[in-house]
Design a protein around this ligand. Structure first.
Ligand SMILES: [Zn+2]
Length: 92
């Protein structure tokens, strides 16, 4: 699988490290709701189809990206910097 890093261009999957589900919503850091934290840390979907995931270009620029990937075909439909996504969320 080839992942196109926004900084470095197309690179082999071997240069990247998987960092998990990008659709999970982190609870408020001050929250003591153990059920919410348990769900955030341990509960994961196993989707067959399009899914958003965090990857780090650990063998390159070390930047974090959000990859939208079809888990059945490994076709990648979108790649964006993870920090850009956070910035857009704050503006809403
Ligand atoms: Zn990179």
């Amino acid at each position: 699988m080839i992942i196109t890093c926004p900084h470095c261009g197309p690179r082999d999957l071997a240069e990247f490290s998987y960092f998990g589900d990008a659709t999970a919503t982190r609870p408020d850091p001050s929250s003591t709701d153990q059920d919410a934290w348990n769900a955030y840390v341990y509960d994961r979907e196993n989707p067959a189809g399009e899914h958003r995931e965090y990857w780090q270009h650990s063998g390159g620029c070390r930047g974090f990206v959000i990859v939208t990937r079809n888990t059945l075909t490994h076709e990648i439909s979108d790649i964006r910097l993870a920090s850009g996504t956070q910035a857009r969320r704050k503006r809403k």
